[in-house]
Write a protein that binds this ligand. Structure first.
Ligand SMILES: [Fe+2]
Length: 196
């Protein structure tokens, strides 16, 4: 190093320094805790809805990702239409993921977000890493839809009974209606199809 640089005085601005040390600081809201938001809904009701929504969220993220897997791995004479259909449903489920996650924030909760945490929570059966034929792909998707629809119907009923109209509306108007439509579009592909 030349003398010119060694002589230079560096003045630091600690208040303006971005925090770059990941090992410093703590999470601001741990998993499973509630914050209080002025939405005139009791904390027990909100806690119940958050639990329901987190399970639905973990399963919706899994279904969404299964659509993308199938979009990439589909094969056969119906390749192009299924390639497009799977991606359309992926996009719709992705919007649903955001809606559910932000509803959990709106209730004062913490949402499951990262893949390892989702994998621990989801009730959707794990597909193999490899490729499957289109009929098997669709059957697998339908099983996931059926599972999420069952838990959403139950969750919607509980939310309605406890007075959480917002969660009930989300589950009925956005989730259930979308799933029913996607189930129809998938199911029609299985008429006269074989599983192997
Ligand atoms: Fe693509």
């Amino acid at each position: 190093m030349s003398d010119k640089y060694a002589a230079k005085q560096v003045v630091r601005a600690p208040e303006a320094q971005p925090h770059l040390d990941l090992d410093k600081g703590q999470e601001t809201q741990p998993w499973g805790t509630l914050t209080d938001l002025p939405i005139s809904l009791g904390e027990n009701v909100r806690a119940q809805s958050i639990e329901t929504l987190n399970q639905v969220l973990a399963d919706t993220i899994t279904l969404r990702d299964m659509y993308k897997k199938h979009h990439w791995q589909v094969s056969g004479p119906t390749f192009y239409q299924l390639h497009l259909l799977f991606d359309k449903h992926y996009g719709e489920q992705n919007e649903l993921v955001d809606t559910i996650a932000e509803r959990i924030s709106g209730l004062g909760g913490v949402q499951v977000a990262m893949a390892p945490d989702v994998a621990e929570m989801t009730m959707i059966r794990r597909p193999p890493k490899g490729r499957e034929n289109p009929a098997k792909q669709i059957t697998r998707l339908l099983e996931a839809h059926r599972h999420i629809l069952a838990e959403a119907r139950e969750g919607a009923k509980i939310a309605a009974e406890s007075g959480d109209d917002g969660t009930n509306d989300l589950l009925v108007s956005e989730l259930i209606r979308l799933h029913e439509l996607q189930v129809w579009f998938l199911s029609e592909h299985l008429v006269s199809a074989r599983l192997d």
